[in-house]
Ligand binder design. Structure first.
Ligand SMILES: CC(C)(COP(=O)(O)OP(=O)(O)OC[C@H]1O[C@@H](n2cnc3c(N)ncnc32)[C@H](O)[C@@H]1OP(=O)(O)O)[C@@H](O)C(=O)NCCC(=O)NCCS
Length: 327
């Protein structure tokens, strides 16, 4: 029997850089209340959101992904040709095929990269980090570009007072490459298709226009604050760490009340910096974790080399999380 040669890579991978692009239009709660019967006070109290960022017409998912991706490559100090794989997580690309990734790869000037999209909603960025970690460590690519990008304003039903105030537009990107020491813990991930209808976007067939998001907010809230809080603990334990080892917690920016509940469950010390990026951004799904990471680093609340716990969760229902060293 001839022996099949297999790929071998470095022992460890790390996040080398992070960058984002936020939709340019600021939509505050006052404007939101011109679309739905609600109030600034109710939205703040139930979600923590003061304003959200929506993209202008020319800020397409392609444009926002290219903007975030090119900044991430520049910050990594590598050339675009050194990216061997591009993974894009999005639910905002309204074409079954070709993927958004091949268009972004072309615009970024990548050289013959493996390129594909994944559909894992608000968990998509953390799913893709898990994939990228495995790809680098198996030697399939030296550097992987991961981009989470969403234009959820186009998927939002502005007459639905149960969802309209939540969602936002943006892109967040990281470059993942080889590392001399452990810097990405095991990804804890999963799904529950029994709850597929809890957050849904109708099939394209049924709608001449873009389909819109529907959501059973109470079910999502309950699932996130029980099951996902437990999975977040598992991601920490899988990395061999305890709450006292953490510097930063970056949960998916779904809702500040969900974050508060997770904090009670996790028992993190007060010294842990917790992202509240949703307050001025809204929920940008696959873009939310990298955007929150970039914001903490830019504001100086977190610094390079610190240990962060991330968790993404959303429509599917799906979740993924891991411990990472900040770039
Ligand atoms: C969406 C969410 C904020 C709604 O809050 P809620 O407390 O569950 O709201 P309910 O639908 O139970 O309604 C409670 C009350 O608020 C009212 N209400 C609902 N939407 C409202 C709005 N936009 N403005 C003002 N009042 C509203 C309801 O009419 C109801 O009033 P009543 O008590 O007089 O009957 C909440 O369910 C939530 O945060 N869910 C998680 C959603 C999420 O994070 N999704 C993304 C996951 S990736």
């Amino acid at each position: 029997m001839p022996q099949i040669k297999t790929a071998r890579g470095p022992e460890f991978s790390r996040i080398v850089s992070v960058a984002g692009h936020r939709g340019s239009r600021v939509v505050d709660n006052e404007e939101m209340c011109t679309y739905i019967d609600s109030s600034d006070e109710w939205i703040r109290q139930r979600t923590g959101i003061v304003e959200r960022r929506w993209a202008a017409e020319e800020e397409t998912p392609l444009a926002m992904a290219v903007s975030a991706g090119s900044k991430a490559i520049g910050r990594a100090g590598i050339r675009p040709e050194q990216i061997g794989t591009l993974i894009i997580s999005t639910v905002s690309h309204f074409q079954q095929t070709p993927s958004l990734a091949v268009h972004v790869a072309r615009e970024l000037g990548l050289n013959d990269p493996a390129a594909w999209d994944i559909s894992a909603a608000c968990a998509g960025f953390c799913y893709a980090v898990g994939q990228a970690d495995a790809i680098v460590r198996s030697g399939l690519s030296e550097h992987v570009l991961v981009i989470g990008v969403e234009k959820l304003s186009e998927l939002t039903d502005l007459k639905d007072r149960g969802t309209a105030f939540l969602f936002a537009d943006g892109a967040g990107a990281v470059v993942i490459g080889p590392s001399d020491e452990p810097a990405i813990g095991p990804t804890v991930w999963g799904s529950d298709g029994e709850q597929a209808s809890v957050i849904d976007v109708a099939s394209w067939e049924a709608n001449a226009a873009h389909p819109k998001i529907t959501m059973d907010g109470r079910s999502v809230f309950k699932w996130a604050t029980t099951h996902i809080a437990e999975k977040t603990k598992e991601a920490l334990a899988a990395a061999g760490l305890t709450a006292g080892d953490l510097d930063v917690f970056i949960p998916h920016q779904a809702n500040n009340r969900i974050t508060d509940s997770m904090l009670r469950h996790l028992g993190l010390p007060d010294s842990v910096v917790v992202s509240r990026d949703i307050t001025h951004m809204g929920n940008s799904s696959a873009a939310s974790v990298p955007l929150a990471m970039e914001a903490l680093l830019e504001s100086g609340e977190a610094t390079s080399g610190q240990t962060a716990l991330t968790i993404g969760f959303g429509a599917g229902l799906v979740y993924a999380g891991q411990v990472v060293r900040l770039p």
